[in-house]
Design a protein around this ligand. Structure first.
Ligand code: NAD
Ligand code: UDX
Length: 470
């Protein structure tokens, strides 16, 4: 049968659900889009008049929200109403790594997927296309289908088709990625339902970029895309350590190898290890699946990508302590950047969290500045902020929130550049070097600062892939 899609509901108003539905609403003015979530606070933020209060920061998002919200794009907590009246339902809920039970530390926690499928089974009416937007272990569509089959047995008017349509956006460039995707992937076994989804994307994506596959290839491709991207970062980070030992420059190596078309120049930037909610979780899930099928060598191979990432973070925090004469107790260390990458307020799995925790453990007094991450978020990640009055006579580590680069660097023994925010690439060392306590250090974990300028003003430098710069 052919489907006519008039109304879409998206379960999950997070980093994927929000921007993805905003772009669909923008490109398809004739569709009504309802984004629903169980988190009332989040929905309030999505509906707030002041657009700076939206729950997520993404360049270009505010403009679309301003244009479409209240017209064909709506945010609501009324799941029952919108599931019941929609022709197509996207599941875009979180799928983090399990923290306990079978597969803890590796397998995906599918409780939110299970709950979403049950909500759909209960509230949906008539014929509904269910689209997996969340990243899922291969064969999850089977579980969803089984949950959806229960009401079918009781009520013949309900009919469901499940499609897989994984999302490839990266945070910080989500709107650009959604507007100009490299490809859209649709997996399924119902050609008419697949056509209905293709029709939606065809409003702005060229037909040859819309790839169709079976369900399992689609689900698995998403995990593998993330694993391959993360593998490149671990590869270049492993070589950053070798460059530091040998005197080779990682940026020159990166450029030289990236110029080979077969290798390509993307995802070859060294750094403090990959963060974000996806890479580690998806690789651990891949490891779990491989072990499940008895492919222990394959599991070990991909597990190493995460091992190198952890090692890179540890090696950077060790460098900081070593260079500061083996002790950072009561030393002020400016931390520039707390999000896991530039242009997002997301801190999930941010390398800053790990490195800050290590430095606090060593007794350092951290002054953290990030252009978009607020104090409340850092408190959730690191524990309570130190009482500012007590910072002069503490003898244990801790952190304080800083409102600017200037405030963060003032009287600091060292500055650690953690995120590649554009304001950190253009720090005016002439202005700030003299405000630091000498001998002062710059630790550039992204190799983005102007080393020559920093050196000119008397600062000691360590940068990833270059090491100590004399
Ligand atoms: P998120 O945590 O930002 O958002 C998920 C939302 O789902 C939350 O607001 C939560 O309250 C809501 N939710 C959970 N269960 C619900 C239920 N039963 N009913 C209604 N709402 C419910 O997560 P995210 O970053 O948007 O990721 C969502 C999925 O997309 C994950 O599977 C992730 O792996 C995948 N993904 C994420 C990215 C990314 O860059 N963040 C990119 C591609 C794919
Ligand atoms: C990733 C994938 O890129 C995206 O396709 C998928 O849908 C979700 O997961 P995201 O995690 O949002 O996106 O950002 P990404 O740009 O991939 O960066 C991930 C981490 O790798 C960040 O910590 C980033 O700083 C780091 N990174 C990236 C590097 O260290 N070096 C690079 O060259 C690129």
């Amino acid at each position: 049968m052919s489907y006519k899609i008039k109304k879409i509901c998206c379960i999950g108003a997070g980093y994927v659900g929000g921007p993805t539905m905003a772009v669909i609403a923008d490109k398809c003015p004739n569709l009504e889009i309802q984004v629903v979530d169980i988190d009332e606070e989040k929905i309030k933020k999505w509906n707030s008049e002041d657009l700076s209060l939206l729950p997520i920061y993404e360049p270009g998002l505010e403009k679309i929200i301003k244009k479409c919200r209240g017209k064909n794009l709506h945010f609501s907590t009324d799941l029952e109403l919108h599931i019941a009246s929609s022709d197509m339902i996207f599941i875009s809920v979180n799928t983090p790594t399990k923290t306990k039970g079978i597969g803890a530390g590796q397998a995906s926690d599918l409780r939110w997927i299970d709950a979403s499928a049950r909500q759909i089974a209960e509230f949906a009416r008539g014929e509904t296309i269910v689209v997996e937007k969340s990243t899922l272990p291969v064969k999850t569509a089977l579980t969803i289908k089984k949950i959806l089959e229960v009401p079918k047995a009781k009520n013949s008017s309900k009919k469901f088709t499940v499609l897989s349509n994984p999302e490839f956006l990266a945070e910080g460039s989500a709107i650009e990625d959604l507007n100009y995707p490299d490809r859209v992937l649709i997996g399924g076994d119902d050609p008419q339902a697949m056509d209905a989804l293709i029709e939606i994307y065809s409003n702005w994506v060229e037909k040859d970029k819309i790839l169709t596959t079976d369900l399992w290839s689609s689900e698995l491709s998403k995990l593998i895309a993330n694993a391959f991207l993360a593998q490149r970062i671990s590869s270049i980070n492993s070589i950053s350590a070798l460059c530091e030992e040998t005197g080779a420059d990682i940026m020159n190596v990166s450029k030289a190898i990236g110029s080979d078309k077969r290798i390509g120049d993307k995802f070859l930037n060294p750094g403090p290890g990959f963060g974000g909610s996806c890479f580690k979780k998806d690789i651990m899930n891949l490891v779990y699946i491989c072990n499940h099928y008895g492919l222990s060598e394959v599991a070990e191979y991909w597990g190493k990508v995460v091992d190198i990432n952890n090692w890179q973070q540890k090696r950077i925090s060790n460098q900081i302590v070593e260079k500061l004469f083996g002790t950072i107790s009561s030393k002020k260390i400016a931390i520039l950047g707390f999000s896991f990458k530039a242009n997002t307020n997301d801190t999930r799995e941010s390398p800053s969290i790990y490195i800050c925790k290590e430095l606090i453990e060593e007794g350092g007094l951290l002054s953290i500045f990030d252009p978009k991450v607020d104090k409340k978020r850092i408190e959730l990640d690191l524990g309570p902020e130190l009482n500012k009055k007590d910072t002069n006579n503490i003898n244990q580590g801790g952190w304080i929130f800083s409102n600017s680069i200037k405030e963060s660097l003032s009287n600091a023994d060292a500055v650690v550049i953690m995120t590649e925010w554009v304001e950190f690439t253009t720090i005016d060392w002439a202005l700030f070097a003299s405000t630091m306590r000498q001998p002062a250090w710059v630790f550039d974990t992204r190799s983005i600062t102007n080393i020559k300028a920093a050196k000119k003003y008397g600062l000691n430098i360590w940068s990833v892939g270059n090491g100590e710069n004399d």
